[in-house]
Design a binder for this molecule. Sequence first.
Ligand code: HEM
Length: 566
Amino acid sequence: MSDFAIPFKLLSTLSLVESYALVNYQPNLLLFSRPSYLGTFIQLCILQFFFWAAWIVIIWPQFLSPVRHLPHPSGGSWWNGHFQAIIASTTGGPMTKWVNEIPNDGLIYYRGLLNVERIILTSPKALAEVLTTNSYDFIRPEQLTTALGRILGVGVLLAEGEEHKFQRKHLLPAFAFRHIKNLYPIFWTKSRENVHKMIENLGEGGANKELITDSEMGRDVDTEDTTPVIEAGSWASRVTLDIIGVAGMGKDFNTIQDPNALLARTYQSIFVPTKGAMFLGILSMLLPGWFVNNLPFARNNDMNQASVTIRNLCRREIKEKKEKLEKGAAPDVDILSIALGSGGFTDENLVDQMMTFLAAGHETTASSMTWAIYMLCLHPEIQTRLRAEVREYIPSLSNDIGSQEIDRMPYLNAVCSEVLRYYPPVPLTPRIAARNTTILGQKIPKGTRVMLIPWAVNRSEALWGKDAQVFNPDRWLPSESNPYSANGGARSNYSLLTFLHGPRSCIGQGMAKGEFACLLATWVGMFEFSLYDRKELNEENMVIKGGVTARPSKGLWVRTKVVPGW
Ligand code: HEM
């Protein structure tokens, strides 16, 4: 059954017709001696809203829905399902637990806000049906498209059906490996610039001055240790924004050098998880997206301003690039140049695509970098082994590096793959059945929410074995006892959901992997990291901000030392 999206049009049309009929033909049925159209209309609207709500919240999910007998978590409220548990914990947290604790054959059922039904896919077969075989039967919820469209543009990420097929087909060549490999020198040069800037910052004492009083934050800090501290997440966002600028559209946003550069500030203002953002997120589950987007809240104001800034910047860059090409300049290697060459897009559509690449292409990779540094702090032996490999294959940061040098390092690639498995940057992404359909033979009514949860599937013991919840890069290294090392030891490639699969999988995954590996190699090659707050040595103490991407909610503060000799 569909979301709790109030069907205003239906309720008001019905009420209009009924109030006309009642006032004119059956006035004796009304409560008032002098019936008016308006009064009757309002009463009917309220009455029908309650009938509709009772149907959606109680009658359908509790007594009629064909999916209600699927394996499901115990407990939950009679009117609000498991929403309380979900909202109180990290995005995808409860689902990870359910996937490992509830015996199931590929589908788990639960109820979210106001009992809206959701299905979690847990088996490779179920995932293959939804992601590949019947991919276009499952679309993104309209509320999400409206909410994200302002910042992401309505590009390939948010398009559906034939429109999506067309856009993807014309963009795919830009992401072919023969082009992506030309971007490695950009990844490396920008990563190197970032490391130099970090060294400069450490020389000035790092971010120590910025730290909020430790007692206020409840941190457990070694006060004797004077090693400078940095917030790894913000450095990661700066460098990934610069990389997507140059690799995506040939434009250096200069965020590494200036964290207050316009675009950096703009993205910061919208990616910060505020209470306002959360409130609007919940409202958009109940009310039409266009209405929520236009409510007079500061958050809406920020989003609209950010949208104008990003859109104008993309427009300017596309115009400049076109003019350059018209003057006969050789095309650059960036994604925009290749998309322009494809001839498949109008200028305004290219603006939407560029907005998509800027947002989708930097926060995600920055999230991976943040989690990588966290994992290396928790596992210093992995950090040391990785540094040794990087230094063995690349004698100095000043070397110029391409895809071949990166691909040759097995442990680097294993660590990157394991970070992407263990902390997938996109913790979950929802779909809605666009028509009555089936998954694994189970009837799925049109409008049912189907949840793709990389966070849960990537740590499923049924798919990864008993050590699914252990961070272990070695599972990606080939050996006689590990014949499935290409899949991290799992039998099916659908066990890894980080980039999804099929026609809606991440188009930028090749680029993301190359960029991530270059970044990690430079950071670990040059620095030794350890946690500033010793409490975070216990992963359960790490508070995670959910949203489109998952990051530590208070940032990742790490003591950072230059390791000489590179
Ligand atoms: C570690 C980094 C990344 C991760 C984990 C990631 C993950 C994902 C995921 C899970 C999706 C599917 C979202 C959904 O359908 O709900 C997706 C789609 C997409 N990603 Fe990425 N992404 C990453 C990096 C990038 C980069 C670097 C780019 C581009 C430059 C990019 C561009 C896109 C685009 C355009 C789509 C939409 C594809 C379509 O629907 O056809 N991503 N990504």
